[in-house]
Design a protein around this ligand. Structure first.
Ligand code: C5P
Length: 237
């Protein structure tokens, strides 16, 4: 299918479709980390993230968590509802790792008493700084009722994803979500992707990393690790 590209990000390209209420997302094989400072092309990554993200969005839809996913179109492509992305990265954490461990000196792997939600302002030039509800309202990124909905949905997604991953012997350490406003009616829905690029996932028994940290830290073969995760997810309900 050839049509006009609307946007190219680090990991995906977005194209118009004949229907203005939908968009085509094509997952790329490009891998980036540390705000684009580390880059590689990893053949097969786009397919794996598309298949994993499609599976997770489909389960979330079936569990009543509205999201932009319509259907998978091919190995690398999915059809989604057209949204305007809210420039927020919503990070949910269950176990200390990554920037939380670095900032607060909490040892990686420490379970958190309660899950934590953090907001980052999506802005490459600023390096995606962490912001709070007051900054979000001050900058008109979202209003009070949007924030209530975003927090509630992030918690609901956490509950459903933890259940899915628990069922396949995987710990959901943390993950990042993005939300968008539907072009059709302005309603807020979960958007972007949910994949091992955007989640930390550890094998429950061995704590082996099954996510993009294998690329960030050069500690494994990314396609092999993602393929293993996809195989496990195929059994998930
Ligand atoms: O780096 P940090 O520990 O803050 O990341 C938390 C979670 O958010 C990780 O699962 C990471 O993969 C995800 N994330 C992301 N995109 C970013 C920043 C973080 O998917 N730009």
């Amino acid at each position: 299918m050839s049509s006009q590209m609307l946007y190219e990000g680090k990991a995906k390209k977005i194209f118009k479709t004949e229907d203005p209420s939908t968009l085509l997302v094509r997952y790329k094989d490009d891998a980036t980390a540390f705000n684009g400072k580390k880059k590689a092309v990893i053949p097969g990554k786009g397919r794996l993230n598309n298949l994993i993200s499609s599976k997770l969005f489909d389960v979330l839809n079936r569990k009543g968590i509205n999201n932009h996913f319509v259907k998978r179109l091919s190995d690398n492509e999915q059809l989604v509802k057209a949204v305007e992305i809210i420039p927020l990265e919503v990070v949910v954490r269950n176990i200390a790792a990554g920037s939380l461990s670095r900032r607060l000196g909490i040892e990686e792997g420490t379970p958190l008493k309660r899950s934590i939600i953090e907001f980052y302002f999506k802005d490459d030039a600023l390096g995606d700084p962490m912001i709070n509800d007051d900054h979000i309202r001050m900058m008109d990124i979202a209003d009070d009722s949007d924030l209530v909905q975003i927090r509630q949905t992030a918690q609901d997604v956490n509950r459903v994803l933890k259940e899915i991953f628990d069922g396949i012997g995987v710990l959901l350490v943390d993950f990042k979500l993005e939300f968008g406003k539907l072009k059709s009616n302005g309603g807020i829905v979960l958007a972007d992707e949910i994949s091992p690029d955007t989640c930390r996932l550890w094998d429950k028994a061995t704590h082996e990393k099954l996510d993009k940290d294998v690329f960030r830290q050069d500690i494994g073969d990314l396609p092999q690790v993602y393929e293993k995760l996809l195989e496990r997810l195929e059994d998930a309900q």
